[in-house]
Design a protein around this ligand. Structure first.
Ligand code: ATP
Ligand code: MG
Ligand code: MG
Ligand code: MG
Length: 479
């Protein structure tokens, strides 16, 4: 089954169970100070759970564009190194707002995975919440009893609060969850070690695919839990991981979601994928990051020097440097991948194809700009490492790389760590503060002019941008 059919089948399955199919919310969140990017399917439905709004449809399903590169969920460092965490990924989800509860959520999830997608039952494990004395919560016997009707009892694993109790914040709706994991190892490996012991242990072939959250409590300000009058279901399944499982692959990157880009990069660089780990990581990182960048731009978030825009710029520069160092790309190359993406997502996320040329142009210009300073910056960094006595890059050096050569701090840290070095981040912060203080003092007399035009959020603060004096950085005005 190809990726498109897998996605379509999910939506049709829940449609057949009377769910309304709704569009994905944008990747970039504009009006929530607590969250820059959508990181889970439930984000757009937050108000229904909080009781601030009544849902129009009590059953909905969708595929949600998610990005996990900042805040509570930040998977950036794993991406490309492992084979199943992405920056941008699709989360397939079904919801009940005060409608069905545990029984249907579990039974339908199981039906879809084992009868429709035909995943082998003897490779699946489920976890249930074990309870927590401090909270007064108990083992989720209700979930166990439902699962017992579907799966062998020894495949039901009680798990702790960290993995199996979901809370939106300090207070508010919360509840236990039950996750479905799959063991994709070959028979020989499976005979050696029981898959049960590898669940939630970061094994690349024993991975979590679906999280079913049972929203049944309200956490009050004093920390106590009371039962909610309306119980809700909130589920999230990683689409790329599901494709890996159904297509019997050992990596998300071996599915048809990523293969066209991987093959393109391998051909263009003249390097084989699957022979040298360093090259493989570079190819994976680039084919991952171009998705985050393209979808963010399609949703109106241009690369820039602050907030969400800087997150996107950082991701882009990270990918450009992987290409430059490991694939010997010294000219823009990432923008060419946008064609592959826009064709691939035409049916599901037409915003990419409708803005294809614009996205390509922005990506190409960003690449060009960074490539102008990358080589020089890398040689300065190399000299700093050659001259260091204690495997530390001085904060001042890292700041020069940032300020003059457009190296985001995390990029300098990444390159440093590849060479067994660390960066003095406190020194970096101090150098940054020193420069801002100096600039602020110098421009104090002009301050009145800035305040009139800058409302903080909707317009990029061009004054601050200019102070960063990074010649390589393109400047955009965002409205
Ligand atoms: P993991 O433990 O693997 O990091 P998680 O518990 O953080 O996953 P959830 O918050 O429960 O993930 O999200 C629901 C589903 O989304 C997961 O079961 C998984 O299939 C998928 N998922 C989570 N993070 C990523 C990611 N970075 N890339 C791809 N899929 C992901
Ligand atoms: Mg995670
Ligand atoms: Mg998990
Ligand atoms: Mg989870």
């Amino acid at each position: 089954m190809d990726a498109k059919s897998i996605r379509r089948t999910f939506l049709e399955f829940f449609q057949s169970k009377q769910h309304a199919i709704v569009p994905s919310a944008p990747l970039v969140i504009k009006n929530d100070p607590t969250l820059m990017f959508t990181n889970a399917g439930m984000n757009q439905f937050k108000d229904y759970f909080l009781g601030n709004k009544a849902a129009e449809d009590t059953r909905v399903a969708d595929t949600q564009k998610c990005l996990r590169v900042s805040g509570k969920h930040n998977d950036l460092e794993e991406v490309g190194i492992d084979t199943y965490h992405h920056t941008m990924f699709e989360m397939l989800g079904n919801w009940s707002f005060g409608d069905y509860f545990k029984k249907e959520a579990i039974e339908w999830g199981w039906e879809l995975l084992t009868e429709v997608y035909k995943l082998p039952k003897d490779r699946l494990y489920v976890t249930v919440f074990e309870g927590d004395e401090g909270d007064g919560t108990e083992l989720d016997q209700e979930a166990i009893d439902i699962w017992k009707g579907l799966i062998d009892e020894d495949r039901i694993i009680p798990a702790n609060k960290k993995d199996n109790f979901w809370e939106m914040g300090e207070t508010g709706p919360c509840g236990p969850c039950s996750e479905i994991h799959i063991d994709l190892r070959n028979d020989e490996e499976r005979a050696k070690v029981d898959g049960l012991s590898l669940v939630n242990e970061d094994h690349p072939l024993v991975v979590e695919i679906w999280n079913l959250v049972f929203m049944q409590f309200n956490r009050k300000a004093d920390g106590s839990l009371v039962s909610l009058p309306n119980k809700h279901i909130d589920t999230g399944m990683g689409f790329e991981r599901l494709c890996m499982a159904i297509q019997k692959k050992e990596s998300n990157y071996d599915t048809d979601v990523f293969q066209p880009m991987i093959q393109f990069l391998a051909a263009k660089s003249g390097k084989a994928y699957g022979e040298d780990e360093k090259i493989d990581i570079a190819i994976r990182v680039i084919s991952d990051h171009i998705r985050a960048i393209s979808f963010a731009i399609a949703d109106g978030q241009l690369p820039s020097n602050n907030k969400a825009g800087y997150v996107i710029r950082r991701i882009l520069r990270r990918a450009v440097r992987y290409g430059y160092t490991f694939l010997e790309f010294n000219k823009p190359f990432m923008y060419e991948l946008v064609d592959i993406l826009s064709d691939q997502f035409e049916e599901t996320f037409p915003e990419v194809i409708s803005q294809r040329d614009f996205i390509k142009k922005v990506v190409m210009q960003e690449e060009q700009a960074f490539l102008r300073t990358l080589e020089k910056g890398l040689s300065i960094l190399q000299k700093a490492m050659d001259g260091a006595s204690d495997k530390t890059i001085a904060g001042k050096e890292a700041f020069t790389l940032y300020d003059t050569f457009g190296f985001p701090l995390d990029l300098t840290q990444l390159i440093a760590s590849e060479n067994g070095f660390t960066v003095d981040t406190a020194g970096f912060d101090a150098a940054m503060k020193e420069q801002k203080d100096r600039a602020r003092a110098a421009s104090a007399s002009e301050k009145g002019d800035w305040i009139d035009v800058n409302d903080g959020d909707s317009v990029e603060f061009l004054g601050y941008d200019a102070l960063e004096s990074d010649a390589s950085i393109l400047r955009y005005r965002e409205v």
